[in-house]
Design a binder for this molecule. Structure first.
Ligand SMILES: [Zn+2]
Length: 71
């Protein structure tokens, strides 16, 4: 689904319907894109059509020794 498409509650990017009651409104609060090969995650701080994704990297995270394997 293209990012610019907003087609209701099943949309990737949902905005509150101001016509609905306050207990019947919902919205996308974040969006996550993962590149498992690059070990990078992009997060949006709200609706992805309004807030650009910012990258989070995990460089070195998996290189650390596991505390579960410590003697
Ligand atoms: Zn949107």
């Amino acid at each position: 689904m293209p990012w610019g498409q907003h087609c209701g509650p099943c949309s990737v990017c949902s905005h509150p319907d101001v016509r609905a009651g306050s207990d019947e409104r919902w919205a996308t609060v974040t969006s996550v894109i993962m590149d498992l090969d690059e070990r990078t995650v992009w997060l949006s701080d709200g609706n992805p059509c309004l807030h650009p994704h910012r990258p989070l990297t995990f460089d070195g995270l998996l290189d650390k020794p596991s505390p579960l394997l410590a003697p």
